[in-house]
Design a protein around this ligand. Sequence first.
Ligand code: BTN
Length: 246
Amino acid sequence: MIGRPAHRLEVVTSTNDEAKRLLAEGAIEGTVVVAREQTAGRGRRGRIWHSAPGNLYLSVVLRPAIPPAAAPPLAPAIGLAVALAIEEVAPVTAELKWPNDVFVGGRKVAGVLVESVVQAGIAPEGGRLAGVVVGIGINVGAEVPPELAETATTLAREAGRGVRREELEAALFGALEEVYRRFVNEGFRSLSAEWAERDRLAGRKVTVQRASEERVTGVARGIAASGALRLETTAGVLEIAAGEVT
Ligand code: BTN
């Protein structure tokens, strides 16, 4: 069950670090780490995640019985759960930017950092998935740093009223539970229609930085049943399993 047990900390470097430590010690699936503040909060691609008190910072330990190569669609699945939880507690519409950024009012309100822990193994499979740490940061009410004012927002600002972190956290655990269960039992395809309803990139020209560091430009054509981004390029429609839209 997601949210049990819950380790609640005042300050931590990063809840993902703490959750990884717990995962290595054998923590059960659903274990969460919630912190009021992070001193070294991080985003994808080594970016800093500003982590002043007033927002929600948490990480979840998951142990899906899937090979490491099947992990990428977990990212958009978690993004959908965050969007559903936000809409449950605040009078806003949440949009998704592949793979897992959540936007409200045209600005980013939440980010997800999925880190896989792989046990070394024999090639070609390249090891077993020991577990996954899913880090979620939601801007609830802490002031956005001035340098991010154009691109980031908070739920309080978009809702025009305060949003209680406890309420959002409870909604998030419920949404994660439901979405993760569907992901494990039926695959990402069971979530793709709901994801597509919130897709903010569909029809837009975008550049995608793939894991291989190669950059491809094209028009976003929605999300595939596999969770991959469909990108229409001059060479045809590519399905990109993992990457970053710049
Ligand atoms: C991104 O959009 O780049 C991902 C941001 C993820 C931030 C969260 S906050 C809780 C967890 N701990 C971290 O250090 N990062 C994630």
